[in-house]
Ligand binder design. Sequence first.
Ligand SMILES: [Zn+2]
Ligand SMILES: [Zn+2]
Length: 111
Amino acid sequence: MGQQTAARCDDCGYVEGRLFVGGSPTAGFRGERWPCLCLTCRRVVSALINWETLACSCGSTEIEPYGSVSPPPGSRPLHRLRGRVLEDAEYPCPQCGAVALRFADGANAFE
Ligand SMILES: [Zn+2]
Ligand SMILES: [Zn+2]
């Protein structure tokens, strides 16, 4: 069962209100999703991950998964998938580039 999250930039106010982590709730859907930065869309996208061909729904492969595989001690993980951890920390914003993007535990947390 997948989880949902949301992202917000404290610097420019960019909000992505509905992102998926893990399996999609759509019936019959195969695959897992993870929040990624798409350099073409300049948005946070829930990319379908098979960890070999990482691509945005826009078709771009210029996409960076958020989070890390070895979180620092004392970090606060929000979501995990296959060893990758999304923390309660600041990440680069796809709109303004500032390291001020935070993820929430749950969808629509910033609306
Ligand atoms: Zn921003
Ligand atoms: Zn894209």
